[in-house]
Each structure stands twice: as C-alpha cells, then as structure tokens.
Design a protein around this ligand. Structure first.
Ligand code: GLN
Length: 305
C-alpha cells in the first residue's frame, strides 16, 4: 500500500498506521536528510504547514491529527521537489525577511538573512536625514527598499532591476507590505535608465557578485534554482561593484552615501575599489551578525571646484 509521502520502503511502521502530522513530519525529515537538505526538520514543518494551510505552530497543537488525502497529495509533490533541492521559499512562494513577508519565485533571489545587516545600517543612516531619497540598484524581490521603507516612513525610493519579471514581484511586495506610495520601480541596467539629473541622498545595492567560475560550485539549491542573472558578477565577481562605485557619485547629492553588500572574502577588493576611485571618504565596513565583513559604506567626496 503506497500510503506514505513517497514510497513505503523506508519506514518500518505498519502501513495501516494512519498518517498523522507527527508521522509525516518524521518521515519527511528523514527523507530530506537523505537528500541533502541542511535544515530537514524546518523544511518538513514549513512544507506541511503550507500543505495544511496553517501556521507552523498549529502542527504541534494538532500533532496526532490525521492529514487529509488532498493535503498528503500536495505534500508528496512538495517533498519530491524539495528532494531535488528546490528552495523551500520557491515551493511555498514566500520568505520572511526583516519581519515582513515577501513573495518570491524563480525570477528573484531569495532574500538572505545576511542582507538584514545592510537594511539595519541603511535604516540607521537614512534616519539621520529628514526625508531621504534612496536608490536601490538590482532590487530583485524589492526586499531592501521595502523593508527600509516599512521601518522609516519618511524615506522614498527609486528601485531598479534589469529583469521585468523581478520588478513585477517587487511591485507586488511593495503593495502587500503597504509601501507602494514610497517606492517607484524602474527597469534599468544599473544607472543606464536613470535620468542624468537625478540626485539621491543614498545609493544602495546588493548586486550579483559570484565569480563566473564559482557558480558551478554553489550548493544545488542556489545553482539549479536561483536566477543566474541575480548571481553572476563576471569573471572576478566584481563587475557590478566596479560600475556602481565608478558611476554612483554622479547620482549622489553632496556628501551622499553609497552602501553595498558583498561576500566577506571580497572585503580587500571592495576597499581597494573605493580607494582607487578617489571619489569617496569615510569608507567603513560593517560586519554581519556572524561577525563577517558584509557591508561597505562610503561618503561622496565634495567636488573640488
Ligand atoms: N537586492 C536583492 C536582494 O538583496 C537582489 C539581489 C540580487 O539579485 N543580487 O535580495
């Protein structure tokens, strides 16, 4: 009798035993462990809560409930896809970031906890300005601009991405998080589509930064399912940083701030790019919650007349 989520061979429990929440969670956790998930229990809980259309906590308050046939069918499909390393966020269509819910699909990078460091720093800096106008380049899901707008209502944004599909997701996220009136979205390859006379108080970005040769070495979740466009930073991973650091001053107000997220090992290269441009002062690096260098911030040097 093929009653369990995938096949009946991997359990010694009798096939007649009913498929309770507890049993499905245990079975799924074991199955996803075998298939290489590094958070199998959490994955199982998030997927089953989605299949049952309930909050995760409800799984535990209804631990011995039998799961309906329809829910088991959906769960079986989700678990099969997760076992092929599809990210949980894509399977359930959303991800929590900075205390807010974001819709995600395969057109956008899944928002990472690392990026919360950038948002914290951005909110801090933005609050020093009465009504800051901020540019978010490579906005993807819109998580940076939206989380910042939700926490500092006096900030307004222009958020750009080269991908129209990403902008469609970001626009929806701004709506569901009630900050649509604070953010204008624009399709643009970095600064290419931004009118030359626009001046921002701050420019921020978490651009694609994986060196080409390293993409094939990434874990399967990322490599097989997340958009290449959101990952690929050119031969050395620094293509976007070079462009942004070079071009940002032309779009920054006097003493405006440029703030970029990067991968910890890129710290020396990022510092060198700021230094070599000769266009910034007060350059500093901020570490993430794990103590790794994660965000670089520079202030535009006054233009000497
Ligand atoms: N800015 C978005 C994020 O931080 C997208 C980043 C990207 O696509 N590289 O998640």
């Amino acid at each position: 009798m093929k009653e369990n989520p995938e096949s009946s061979e991997s359990t010694s429990q009798s096939a007649s035993e009913s498929w309770t929440v507890r049993r499905i969670l245990d079975w799924t956790t074991a199955h996803l462990t075998k298939h290489g998930s590094d958070s199998p229990r959490l994955d199982a809980e998030v997927l089953l809560a989605f299949a049952r259309n309930c909050e995760r906590i409800r799984l535990y308050t209804n631990y011995e409930d039998e799961v309906t046939e329809a829910q088991r069918t959906l769960m079986r499909e989700l678990v099969q896809r997760r076992a092929k390393s599809e990210p949980v966020a894509y399977l359930v269509g959303k991800r929590e970031f900075f205390g807010l819910d974001f819709l995600v699909d395969r057109n956008v990078l899944v928002p990472r906890p690392d990026t919360e460091t950038l948002v914290m720093e951005l909110v801090d800096e933005a609050q020093k300005i009465a009504s800051p106008f901020i540019l978010d380049l490579c906005t993807g899901s819109g998580c940076i601009a939206i989380a910042t707008a939700a926490h500092y209502s006096k900030a307004s944004f222009l958020a750009t991405d080269i991908s129209p599909a990403a902008l469609a997701i970001a626009t929806k996220n701004a709506e569901t998080n009630r900050v649509s009136d604070k953010i204008r979205f624009l399709q643009s390859d970095c600064f290419a589509g931004i009118p030359a006379d626009t001046a921002f108080d701050m420019i921020v970005s978490n651009p694609p930064y994986i060196p080409d040769a390293e993409i094939e070495l990434l874990e399967a979740d990322v490599r097989q399912h997340e958009p290449r466009l959101a990952l690929s930073g050119g031969v050395d991973g620094l293509d976007f940083y070079r462009r942004i650091i070079q071009e940002a001053p032309a779009y920054l107000k006097e003493a405006g701030t440029l703030m970029l997220e990067f991968s910890p090992e890129q710290e020396p290269a990022l510092k060198a790019l700021f230094e070599a441009s000769g266009k910034y002062t007060d350059v500093r690096v901020k570490a993430d919650l794990a103590g790794r260098a994660r965000v670089i911030i520079g202030r535009k040097l006054p233009i000497l007349k």
